[in-house]
Design a protein around this ligand. Structure first.
Ligand SMILES: Cc1ncc(COP(=O)(O)O)c(C=O)c1O
Length: 459
């Protein structure tokens, strides 16, 4: 099961904790760090080893760890109340946060519904869209949802239904509802010969929407970047066009900004960059600066109005979670939003974007030997991805059992950086507030780790 010298925590972890998205053969976790504390942008394990948090603790950390204002907001709130429900009564922090979110969201999203993780926020948006069409002034029985190829919106059954990553989602086909898959616009930025012109993608999209115009309740999309698909970047103009195509057919647009919101694309929200107002907007991850689980589904006044009426009329949104609008999570979210303004976080995110662009293009042009094992390189804002390949010409992937991406993650860990690969794609996801010298360290570490692993694989 584990080495005899494994720490008591390692033995108990191997014995009892079932880790998400993790192959649970005991040897896999044998050396996985057990994090005990953090400081700034570093995590420390129980052996006292220090790791740079290169994936923002799964894409949610914004300002670093143990940030004094955020810690103080939580401590202050603990001194008042840690939890009280929003079912039928209110709490002060969730009200203040809702008002703040309405201010920072695209104009017209005026109603805030809280849940406690990204998937639950998506689930709420899907159910709202379904119920809205039935209860709007001229009711319609729209039963179909559409998502993009390779989309990821979370792991609950509704969110999986609008998922397009076969490795994660196909097994659950029997328990999910069918969804229409639209072509991903990322193909417009793929290298030849895989590139598809944006006009072709849009006309295919329009055709599919036309075929199902009367059935579609909503299209769900990650604005600008499909993060979990491996940082698939969308070409400029796609989101705006998708908004136009959906609006003109009475189809709602759900923007999932769980991974791309809160500075990851260089603006607070990604929708801003195309001046798009979705009908429903889902926020989570960076909403609390990466401190506590919280999600918010924002809706327009028009959608909200369809749920009005007396209790006996049955128009209520019968959906909610025990920890909905948790005051601790809302308090730290308020402190996190304030810090965006006081600490120039967006300016820093834009510097990170420039640094990633410069270093990645230098790797491409200087072409060190290990770059012969890097296929596509994609980046946008503070997010970047490198696809590992066995060979460029002809394009040959590594056999899955070689676990090339995982090996690079382990090589990074040995050098004191925590990252998470998605298959053979290495993902860099520094926090929007990470100082540039640490971003440089992250990049150096990735380059050295890929070089080491490729040499070891005998390439
Ligand atoms: C775009 C997107 N939507 C939804 C989710 C699900 O969020 P959670 O893991 O908090 O349920 C994720 C998580 O990575 C995500 O990246």
């Amino acid at each position: 099961m584990h080495r005899d010298d494994a720490s008591p925590h390692r033995q108990l972890d191997n014995a009892h904790v079932w880790h998400p998205f993790t192959a649970m053969s005991p040897y896999v976790l044998e050396d996985a760090p057990i994090i005990t504390h953090a400081e700034g942008f570093h995590l420390f394990d129980e052996q006292g080893r220090r790791y740079l948090d290169g994936h923002s603790s799964l894409w949610c950390n914004v300002h670093g760890h143990r940030v004094s204002e955020l810690d103080a907001a939580l401590i202050e709130q603990i001194g008042r109340v840690s939890h009280s429900t929003l079912l039928g009564i209110a709490n002060d922090r969730s009200i203040e946060l809702a008002a703040e979110l309405v201010k920072l969201a695209p104009e017209g999203l005026t109603r805030v519904f809280y849940t406690d993780c990204g998937a639950a926020g998506v689930e709420a948006a899907l159910k709202m869209a379904w119920q809205y069409h039935r209860q709007k002034p001229v009711s319609e029985d729209r039963r179909l949802f559409a998502c993009l190829d390779q989309s990821y919106h979370g792991d609950t059954v509704g969110a999986v239904s609008v998922g397009g990553i076969d490795q994660f989602h196909s097994l659950f086909g029997g328990m999910t509802f069918p969804a229409l898959r639209l072509p991903t616009p990322a193909a417009a930025l793929a290298p030849p010969p895989h590139q598809v012109p944006l006009e072709t993608i849009l006309s295919q999209t329009e055709h599919l929407l036309d075929q199902h115009a009367q059935e579609l309740a909503a299209v769900i999309v990650e604005p600008l970047v499909q993060a979990a698909a491996g940082v698939l970047v969308h070409p400029p103009g796609y989101l705006r066009e998708l908004r136009r195509l959906t609006k003109s057919r009475g189809i709602l647009l759900i923007a999932d900004e769980i991974a791309v919101g809160f500075g990851r694309t260089g603006t607070l929200l990604a929708c801003e960059q195309e001046e798009v107002v979705p009908d429903l907007l889902v926020l989570s991850k960076g909403l609390t600066g990466g401190y506590l689980p919280l999600a918010a589904t924002l809706a327009t006044e028009e959608i909200f109005a369809a749920f009005g009426g007396q209790p006996w009329e049955g128009r209520t949104f019968f959906h909610g979670h025990t920890y909905t609008g948790n005051p601790l999570a809302c308090a730290v979210a308020l402190a996190s939003i304030r810090r965006f303004e006081t600490h120039g976080v967006l300016e820093n995110a834009r510097l990170i974007e420039q640094r990633l662009a410069a270093r990645l293009s230098h790797w491409k042009s200087s072409s060190p030997p290990w770059m012969s094992h890097v296929g596509e390189v994609r980046h946008r804002g503070t997010m970047a991805a490198l696809d590992l390949v066995a060979k460029h010409e002809p394009l040959t992937l590594f056999p899955r059992e070689m676990r090339a991406g995982h090996r690079v993650t382990l090589a990074c860990r040995k050098r004191g950086v925590i990252l998470r690969n998605i298959g053979d794609t290495v993902i860099l996801y520094p926090a929007p507030a990470m100082p540039l010298e640490l971003v440089n360290e992250l990049l150096d570490c990735v380059a050295e780790s890929i070089a080491e692993v490729m040499a070891a694989l005998g390439s």
